[in-house]
Design a binder for this molecule. Sequence first.
Ligand SMILES: Nc1ncnc2c1ncn2[C@@H]1O[C@H](COP(=O)(O)OP(=O)(O)OP(=O)(O)O)[C@@H](O)[C@H]1O
Length: 600
Amino acid sequence: MELIKTNANSPLCGEITVKVEKLKVWASEEKSWWKRKPSKPKTIIINNVTDCIKTGEFLAIIGPSGAGKTTFLVSLAGKCTLPSEGVITVNGRNVNDLPQGTVEILPQFDVFMDCLSVMEHLIFMTEMRLGSLKTSANEMILNTIISDVKLKSLERTFIRSLSGGERRLLSLASSLLSSPQILICDEPTSGLDSYNASLVVGVLKNISKTGKIVICSVHQPSSDLFKEFNSISLMSEGKLLFHGTHDDCRMLFESVNLRCPKNYNTAEFYIKAVSSNPTVNENYVDRILENYRNRLHASDETCCETSSAATSQFQVCKRSWARQVQILLWRFSIRLRRNITFLVMSLLLSTVIGAAVIGICFAGSTGTSQRGVQNLRGFLWLLCSEVSFSMSYSALFAFENELSLFKREAGMYAVFSYFIAKFLSEIPRCIILPIPYITIATSTVYMPNYTLTALELYIALLLTGLASTAYGLGMGAMFISLGLMGDVMPCADLPLFLMSGAFLRISSLPIWLYPVKYGSHFYYAMDALSNIYWRQIGEIDCPTNVTTNCLKDGAAVLMENGYSSNFIVQDSLGLLLVATMWCLLGYYGLKREERKGYAY
Ligand SMILES: Nc1ncnc2c1ncn2[C@@H]1O[C@H](COP(=O)(O)OP(=O)(O)OP(=O)(O)O)[C@@H](O)[C@H]1O
């Protein structure tokens, strides 16, 4: 069910105050398990910062590289995953407990699905965050944002063709959909030319005028750009050295005998003065901080938090998981359409050629002769292995390619919905991939009741494809953080495909290997394929001059391999169960990634 709530009781109504009290953020020491000494000691990143930011502030945070600006911004957004102390509240409410969308952060690097157009991306975001675009209110919000953020002329442009500034604007438009009360931007102008930089800053300034707080870290802003901000914060070595107006900052610097020369970039002057280069200034950081604290005490200014009851603009939308799956599938389908030529070509190359090679090599093979038994066993194993390996290895990297996007969108949709959508998006491949093997490869070997047998083989391969896809997605999701999926999967493949019966006699397996057997999609797939073929072979020729034991019929072949007879329904259920098991493991793998926190 779709819920659009207007948060009338939100503490964010009217005036907004962000209060930071004794914030300390650090990176824990890094220690290898084989070394006693830490390889990297504990590092303090934010050092005892206390601050107060109020409605209407268009705040520029400046400071030398490594001063802690990004960490401070991420903490303000409640997304910092590093260990910390202290409290950040917004109108008295802990920033971590605020409803989603109240505080939005635009990280320094934008991550999009690049094959989408600007409009498609915004439709996706609106549908996920606000609700159906069929409601006129949502359509109006989207159109207003598009024109406010000056993206009207770019609606049909593909994201991959956008300039850096346009990408920033698109990121901004996506963040504005939830009508955040506090907008945080990490270096919104970095890498942009002066025109694009002033365009972005202009849009942000307008947003701050609508009763919101806009906080930006800025790296070497031009003098003109710097003047656009109505307040500035200066950071160095994790400390907040100053927060206030341009005039107050100038006076503070003058109090330690630092005067910015005429025609010199003010921001650059401040940054240079507090950068930790001992040859430039040794004591300025401490002196400026001391003077700033003294001034604060003298002014007796308090950080008063309001709890106004006026109506908030904030909207919360909770889409049902089924709708989330639908919206995610819509986005996957766009990518599929954009890459269709490449996908068809790769599918043709990998399957049609493979199927033709198998067909040519096994031409004329029949399971009705003693010599053909070995060939048919090999033939069935190749069908099974081609489908399962193609499907599992193509699914293996599916999450890795989208990990940054998934982490950026964490919380927007449920992990469960994302996994299901991903799995469903792979189903067309499972349907198409076995077709060349069935139509081309099987046409050259002897198969009794050709049409029915081919159909049964196709269904078995389709189910094998589903289980293999789940296996690939599951392995990919579980080992994504280590980046070792490509190394772990072959190790896991080995015991699983040994259970196929193609190399080891199933009936000779020790009982302690049974859990592996019943968890192996290769076992169910080969059992089903072998049953489909061999149970139809009534008699196998046995020449009089052979010295070894003859296999009399298909049932004898099945018995020799250790396959169960007439187990096809159970095999099908087994494949579906294996698929479910890998889906659950994959889901927990992704959930673990989500818990690691936001990617910035
Ligand atoms: N996850 C982390 N683990 C360890 N150290 C970290 C982590 N995140 C940040 N740091 C360290 O904290 C310091 C401050 O980093 P931060 O990115 O906040 O600085 P910054 O002022 O934004 O720098 P820049 O202007 O170069 O982006 C840096 O020395 C950085 O190496």
